[in-house]
Ligand binder design. Structure first.
Ligand code: HEM
Length: 405
């Protein structure tokens, strides 16, 4: 008889809730007490989201993989790029039915808020690009479940490609027509939902992942909300700490665009927070309590810093990227990621960043601008340009394998 894997044992013992029991060094996640009353629909069964995955996409994609349909599906779906575009002929009928349902916006989608969200994205595009890329990207390396899933899945073997694909989502959400028929965000989300379903089917077969995972199937609803908080919640926290003035309507609209993103990614409405207050209360319980180093996260952070340096050997040198990461995430996380100290760049950021933001925001007269103003401005412009240019022509495809390493 085949030896049962750790995952089988976890499943058999019903130890799903005992998160942290096997994740070496990872903090245990507290019981789920967040109320669905704080969600976009104000109600729900309140099931622990660690025990919920995607009951529509998962069996479908598992079946597509098992019946050998994925290469043809990927080829056909390359043609599907616009939200309102008819699906390509020749897709399997069950997939077509799924996508037609999954691409529909929920009743609570608010076009006026989406228009304001675009205004906000346009005004704050540079900060958002830097924060998605740096704060969110680097935090993902200290979210143990995400780090392990990313490292041991197919994308872990080619991080440059993976980052471009993820950057596409960050790019699409900021466009004027993101969720409109001629936009691309719905397509990106629905394809990502299919990719996540594939990962749930494939990753449990990885002996590397199986050895370290503390859940039977990756990317639960809770995992998705944790990662979600690493994006808009982290960005909003950071903008506030930089004292960037944000009118309430814009903050609300930015949240709305991310609520819709969560929905289109297959996150159940009862877990999607209905306000920033609700989001903060959920993030405190879900994101803030799980951050921890893992060997996989440390390797991913190292790869990410190298990739930045490869993109541009000058302004985006590894030392600058390292200093910026430490500056954004703090000494504790930088220590977890074994980032060396870079006193010169850290010193520049510590003294010049806040005045730099104040000048950009018109809160400090230009003559008082720090000498480092243009260097910092060039840095963020260059970073965002590279990040976005990588993202534009990307096609997100259903994987068929894990990372062999
Ligand atoms: C793939 C975004 C949550 C693990 C992707 C892709 C995007 C994305 C855009 C497609 C890129 C690609 O194919 O490489 C998001 C967003 C999330 C989220 C916006 C939450 C709001 C998660 C979570 C995990 C995860 C919670 C794991 C715990 C993965 C993996 C892949 C993937 C392993 C596939 C990599 C591959 O093998 O190619 N995600 N994701 N994601 N995501 Fe997520």
């Amino acid at each position: 008889m085949e030896k049962p894997s750790r995952r089988d044992l976890l499943l058999a013992s019903g130890a799903l809730g005992a998160v942290g029991a096997l994740g070496a060094g990872a903090p245990a996640q507290a019981l789920w007490t967040w109320s669905p009353q704080g969600s976009v629909v104000g109600a729900g069964a309140g099931a622990d989201p660690r025990t919920v995955w995607d009951d529509e996409a998962d069996p479908l994609v598992a079946s597509l993989i098992d019946r050998g349909a994925v290469p043809q599906v990927n080829k056909l779906l390359r043609e599907w790029t616009k939200n309102g575009q008819a699906l390509p002929a020749g897709l399997p009928a069950d997939l077509r039915v799924f996508i037609e349902k999954a691409r529909a916006l929920p009743s609570w989608a608010d076009q006026a808020k989406l228009a304001t969200a675009f205004k906000f994205n346009e005004k704050r595009g540079l900060y958002l690009g830097v924060l998605y890329g740096f704060a969110s990207g680097m935090i993902s390396t200290v979210i143990p479940k995400e780090a392990r899933a990313v490292y041991y899945s197919q994308g872990g073997a080619d991080m440059k490609d993976r980052i471009s694909k993820t950057a596409k989502l960050g790019y699409d959400i900021g466009t004027r027509n993101a969720f409109a028929p001629d936009g691309e965000m719905i397509v990106t989300c629905v394809k990502t939902r299919l990719v996540h379903a594939a990962v749930r089917h494939l990753l449990p077969k990885s002996p590397h992942w199986d050895k370290v995972a503390d859940e039977p199937v990756p990317i639960s609803q809770l995992d998705m909300m944790v990662t979600w908080h690493s994006l808009p919640t982290t960005v909003m926290r950071q903008l506030k700490s930089w004292r960037v003035p944000i009118p309430a309507a814009e903050a609300d609209a930015f949240l709305h665009s991310w609520q819709l993103t969560a929905y289109m990614l297959g996150i159940k409405e009862e877990y999607i927070p209905n306000s920033w207050t609700a989001a903060e209360s959920q993030a405190k319980q879900s994101l803030d309590t799980v951050l921890a180093p893992t060997p996989e996260g440390i390797k991913l952070a190292d790869i990410l810093l190298d990739l930045g340096a490869q993109l541009d050997g000058t302004v985006l040198s590894r030392s600058v990227l390292t200093a910026f990461t430490r500056f954004l995430l703090g000494d504790e996380i930088a220590g977890w990621l074994k980032l060396p100290r870079t006193p010169v760049f850290t010193g520049i950021l510590e003294t010049a960043w806040m005045p730099f933001i104040a000048v950009r925001e018109g809160l400090l007269p230009f003559p008082l601008a720090p000498a480092a103003y243009w260097t910092l401005d060039e840095f963020i412009r260059k970073f965002v340009l590279l990040y976005v240019s990588e993202a534009k022509e990307i096609s997100i495809e259903i994987p068929l394998t894990n990372n062999p390493n």
